[in-house]
Ligand binder design. Structure first.
Ligand SMILES: Cc1cc2nc3c(=O)[nH]c(=O)nc-3n(C[C@H](O)[C@H](O)[C@H](O)COP(=O)(O)O)c2cc1C
Length: 160
């Protein structure tokens, strides 16, 4: 937590994986929603852009990735494996996936289980799934708005 003009700011990070950029767009829309809450500052990082040790600098951590063959994308799973030695007690978090066809929530549920197993200090308070029109996208029309609203709701929970 940092303080700005006497207000305590909650630091939030969205860690994502993305091949074609759709999950990145969702991560950025969620971060925009969280940043609407003036008590939060949220950044977005791809798995290769942050060292797992740095996760302890954040009050809340969200994870998102595409569904690849009914599983969360491998790079994010590897990131979670590496992060399992970091002490993250008392933090809150959420997970999300992107998918095509009939696989709503399939990778997100597995991601949720994995985070609970590997990072038991994080209390997960949200899970959401976002649909792309095909393997390369684009996202369906309403998905970025849904992501923004998810971020706003997450931001509100940070204050309570
Ligand atoms: C190797 C591979 C396997 C995939 N398998 C599935 C799948 O089993 N179920 C599904 O819903 N989508 C599957 N997809 C579609 C991805 O979910 C889609 O490419 C992704 O949501 C796009 O996100 P991105 O732009 O962030 O990479 C697969 C995509 C790839 C590249």
């Amino acid at each position: 937590m940092t303080t700005l003009q006497g207000i305590s700011m909650k630091k939030v990070i969205v860690v994502y994986e993305s091949v074609y950029g759709n999950t990145k767009k969702i991560a950025e829309a969620i971060a925009s929603g969280i940043n609407e809450y003036e008590g939060a500052e949220c950044v977005v990082r791809k798995t290769g852009e942050i060292h797992t040790d740095d996760l302890c600098n954040y009050d809340a951590i969200l994870f998102g990735c595409p569904n690849h063959d009914q599983e969360p994308a491998r790079n994010l799973l590897k990131f979670l494996d590496r992060a399992s030695i970091v002490h993250l007690e008392g933090k809150i978090g959420a997970v999300f996936d992107t998918y095509t066809g009939g696989n709503k929530d399939v990778a997100a549920k597995k991601l949720e289980t994995k985070v609970r197993e590997k990072m038991s200090g994080i209390e997960l308070i949200g899970r959401l799934s976002f649909k792309v029109t095909g393997r390369k996208g684009p996202l369906f029309d309403d998905e970025e708005r849904k992501a923004l609203e998810f971020g706003i709701q997450f931001g509100q929970k940070l204050s309570s």
